[in-house]
Design a protein around this ligand. Sequence first.
Ligand code: NAD
Length: 267
Amino acid sequence: MAHSNAVGRVRDKVALVTGAGSGIGRAAALRLAEEGAKVALVDLKADRVSEVKGRIEKAGGEALALEADISKAADIESAVRDAASRWGRLDIVFANAGINGVLTPIETMTPEEWSTTLDINLKGTFLTVKYAIPSLKEKGGSIIITSSINGNRVFSNFGMSAYSTSKAGQVAFMQMAALELAQFRIRVNAICPGAITTHIDQNTHREPELEAITIPVEFPKGDQPLERGPGKPDQVADLVLFLASDESNHITGTPIYIDGAESLLHG
Ligand code: NAD
């Protein structure tokens, strides 16, 4: 991994990545740094972001590790402020942190379980974007939101009613933001991954009651037609880099699926 401010597809840009300690966020942060960006790494887990910061610095890049809960306004507001003041600008925001949360029938889901998923995935996205706008407005920029195939093309993952609702909400919010922020040359897009190998299972709580509502949806030859297996965080990171860079400078208000055609089988 070579770093230089003289080369790279996002050279001299400043990026803020939420959920940067693991999975898709971690891979995107490393990729953006590799291509010349200075990266503010935001996560609930401080040990995770300090590991990522160490890797970026070892390769000659610059990074800032920030512990914050994206569902808490004060946390994310100060994280965005720290990032923008550290380097005097902000160009790229990857609003990515999220959880699967509790997977259970609607009838047994508690109001608190519903709120936890919506607060992190949807309100957390709103807060990340909201507090980044003042800095992004100065020179224009790119916001990328991690949504999902769930809630947009796929509705057959039982128990995911809260998760899918949050992911559909993110796409609606992305489109509202794209139009509202276009006059400031801020682009806003969403990525919709299919299954990607990450640590998201640590934030997934499957309740036994699910068995009672599950309609078996069977794909005897597998449901990942392109690669016959889940995608990798690095593949998603390449899409994030493209949306962050000037190569996508006419793309805004768009969800992009990255799932090897998985969602077309389920749709
Ligand atoms: P992951 O669990 O590997 O990484 C997510 C990171 O976000 C973790 O480090 C976690 O500590 C952090 N995080 C969780 N809640 C947070 C909070 N409130 N504030 C700050 N940080 C928080 O999972 P991932 O698969 O890389 O997930 C990233 C995004 O991708 C999520 O929005 C998820 O919904 C989405 N997604 C994942 C998949 C998949 O198959 N893995 C598919 C579609 C969409």
